[in-house]
Design a protein around this ligand. Structure first.
Ligand SMILES: NC(=O)c1ccc[n+]([C@@H]2O[C@H](COP(=O)([O-])OP(=O)(O)OC[C@H]3O[C@@H](n4cnc5c(N)ncnc54)[C@H](OP(=O)(O)O)[C@@H]3O)[C@@H](O)[C@H]2O)c1
Length: 252
């Protein structure tokens, strides 16, 4: 541990499993105080036990604006102003555009785009209110996907939401540049998690892995360094980017 994010108060959404859980562990290991958020509280409590005193769990459905505000209130009461946000909660779907109903399409957009905006907005409001010395340390990392750059077949809503997430990040970066708040997207390729496991272990996954240039999916550590960089002081001048970490999968 070198303390690359020491002194930071980081909030990670979707921390009850998969990438979010990993992000929380990595940020805590590098010195940040970490607020872990999701709907499944018991999983968050287990994670807090594992990380120890520098972690705090907040149950939150990030599609509910009032719960988002309450989450920041709770985080601030515990560790002080949140200066680092990992907007990671997200979902995909099984239906293609023809079989999908509008309710499911809206649900995907609501979680993968609207909630990202809502959480980022709440963080920025508080940072801006706290003044330039505080806001200059603001770091928002929105987890998009290589699916925002290429077309993954039959997940049109997901692809669309992730392209929107990346452009939302760029737009917010422009809006908040003068306050020193950096907003970037981080776009992973396939990593085995609860979101992808079933598909990766099936026929579709085997085909995709077989076609990818390196014939493999990424492991859970694959995003650690990119995440830490974007959250660290080293990324002071990096804002409005979309960092693709996909092991060349999008070129398959
Ligand atoms: N795995 C991959 O290959 C891959 C590739 C590219 C991008 N991504 C992106 O990475 C992010 C994490 O994915 P993952 O693979 O780690 O998926 P995952 O294991 O399914 O985790 C998704 C997380 O989002 C949380 N969540 C879902 N709905 C929520 C809501 N309404 N409010 C609060 N939290 C909610 C879930 O927690 P609760 O159910 O407890 O609320 C869970 O912790 C997603 O944005 C995904 O699109 C993943």
């Amino acid at each position: 541990m070198t303390g690359r994010v020491a002194g930071r108060v980081a909030l990670v959404t979707g921390a009850s499993s998969g990438l979010g859980k990993r992000f929380a562990q990595v940020l805590a290991a590098e010195g940040a105080k970490v607020i872990v958020a999701a709907r499944r509280k018991e999983r968050l409590d287990d994670l807090v036990k594992e990380i120890g005193g520098n972690a705090f769990a907040v149950q939150c459905d990030v599609t509910d604006e009032a719960q988002v505000v309450a989450m920041f209130d709770a985080a601030e009461a515990k560790f002080g102003l949140v200066d680092t946000v990992i907007n990671n909660a997200g979902m995909t779907h099984a239906n293609n555009a023809v079989t999908q109903d509008i309710t499911e399409f809206r649900k995907i957009m609501d979680l993968n785009v609207t909630s990202v905006w809502c959480v980022a907005r709440e963080a920025a409001r508080r940072l801006i209110h706290a003044g330039p010395e505080k806001s200059a340390h603001g770091r928002i990392v929105n987890i998009a996907s290589m699916a925002g750059r290429i077309v993954i077949p039959n997940v049109t809503a997901y692809n669309t939401s992730k392209a929107a997430c990346a452009h939302l990040s760029r737009s917010l970066a422009r809006e908040w540049a003068r306050y020193g708040i950096n907003v970037n997207a981080l776009s992973p390729g396939y990593v085995a998690t609860e979101l992808t496991e079933e598909w990766l272990n099936g026929e579709g996954g085997a085909k995709t892995i077989g076609k990818s240039p390196r014939r493999r999916i990424m492991d859970e550590t694959s995003l650690d360094e990119a995440l830490l960089f974007l959250c660290s002081d080293a990324a002071k001048y990096v804002t409005g980017t979309d960092v693709l970490v996909d092991d060349a999968q999008s070129m398959g």
